[in-house]
Ligand binder design. Structure first.
Ligand SMILES: *[C@@H]1O[C@H](CO)[C@@H](O)[C@H](O)[C@H]1NC(C)=O
Ligand SMILES: *[C@@H]1O[C@H](CO)[C@@H](O)[C@H](O)[C@H]1NC(C)=O
Ligand SMILES: *[C@@H]1O[C@H](CO)[C@@H](O)[C@H](O)[C@H]1NC(C)=O
Ligand SMILES: *[C@@H]1O[C@H](CO)[C@@H](O)[C@H](O)[C@H]1NC(C)=O
Ligand SMILES: *[C@@H]1O[C@H](CO)[C@@H](O)[C@H](O)[C@H]1NC(C)=O
Ligand SMILES: *[C@@H]1O[C@H](CO)[C@@H](O)[C@H](O)[C@H]1NC(C)=O
Ligand SMILES: *[C@@H]1O[C@H](CO)[C@@H](O)[C@H](O)[C@H]1NC(C)=O
Length: 259
């Protein structure tokens, strides 16, 4: 018993040292399908990665690559998690932070990852490119996090095609992203968590709360700092019974705002 624990601890230490290479399952699970592999190489080639975060992205064992997760039984790529764990924050301007950021372009090959369920690119520095429309064809996505990743412009309505999506975070900074209608959100029928903090929603109409009402699994809704104004909200129309968190802070509702 004790020996196993020590062994487990040793393995964990080895995992940390080797960058998880030996820890993501049996080696026979390492190879992914040729089409997934090609899609990932295309994706890598579009990225600007000066810190070599993606140095493990070579060879054919893509299930072992940093940030990649596969279905253990099929070998299909189901997860890409390349969020930046060392973002620049207002508290830390030291060079220790912000050194792991990726930028560049998102390859249109990405939707070839047919089984992808989880995509996290948060806290990177995609310099003012727009959120690609083709992300809307990742039909199996359940989790999409593009929070503070440097995207700008209109959020593409095509995201509303991802009917399996449960978590969507497109929070931004300085209103870099905007949306002129939230009609597309109506297509996200599985949605449990929607975060659009600081997205410029000053142009949306009052229909958007009706849309939220129809999302029967919606549990958390974050619309902080979205430039929503009192006039567009008749909040007595909020009847989302599934909702347990509603964050509307830092908007400019009038004094008559019903709570
Ligand atoms: C896949 O296998 C690895 C190693 O055996 C395990 O840690 C992980 O939890 C498994 N993942 C799933 C989704 O079953
Ligand atoms: C993985 O792919 C490499 C290169 O194509 C091949 O040499 C190796 O035998 C494969 N491994 C398994 C377990 O299929
Ligand atoms: C792996 O894929 C199989 C076949 O598609 C599926 O039944 C299973 O639920 C998947 N496992 C996970 C952990 O996603
Ligand atoms: C990472 O962020 C810093 C600070 O914003 C920026 O100067 C640098 O160009 C970024 N690196 C990449 C690869 O985008
Ligand atoms: C998205 O990523 C950010 C930064 O990594 C994190 O703080 C946030 O909780 C994530 N959102 C969701 C819905 O998981
Ligand atoms: C995806 O969404 C866009 C915009 O809402 C729509 O025009 C397009 O037909 C949709 N595509 C698919 C495959 O559903
Ligand atoms: C909640 O809102 C939906 C959509 O706007 C509406 O169809 C339904 O009747 C409302 N339910 C209640 C209890 O007000």
């Amino acid at each position: 018993m004790y020996k196993f624990t020590v062994l487990g601890l040793l393995l964990a230490v080895v995992c940390v040292i080797t960058g998880e290479y030996v820890c993501n399952g049996d080696s026979h699970l390492g190879n992914c399908s040729k089409s997934d592999l090609e899609a990932l190489f295309d994706f890598k080639n579009g990225l600007n990665d000066p810190e070599n975060r993606l140095s493990s992205w070579q060879g054919s064992g893509c299930c072992q690559w940093h940030g990649i997760g596969c279905n253990n039984s099929t070998g299909a790529v189901i997860m890409i998690d390349l969020h930046n764990p060392y973002p620049i924050t207002s508290e830390s301007s030291s060079s220790k932070y912000g050194f792991w950021n990726l930028s560049g372009d998102i390859s249109p090959s990405l939707p070839k990852l047919k089984s992808l369920e989880h995509l996290d690119l948060s806290l990177n520095t995609f310099n003012d490119i727009s959120i690609p429309k083709f992300l809307g064809s990742l039909k199996n996505l359940r989790y999409l996090n593009l929070s503070k990743a440097g995207f700008s412009g209109l959020i593409p309505a095509s995201l509303g095609n991802i009917s399996s999506l449960q978590f969507l975070d497109v929070s931004t900074e300085f209103a870099s992203l905007s949306s002129d209608s939230l009609q597309w959100v109506a297509g996200l029928v599985s949605l449990k968590h929607l975060a659009m903090n600081e997205v410029d929603l000053s142009m949306i109409d009052s229909g958007f709360l009706g849309i939220m009402n129809r999302l029967s699994f919606l549990n958390e809704l974050y619309l902080s700092g979205c430039q929503l104004s009192g006039s567009i909200l008749s909040l007595n129309s909020v009847n989302v019974t599934s909702l347990s968190v509603l964050d509307l802070s830092f908007n400019s509702f009038g004094p008559g705002f019903p709570v």
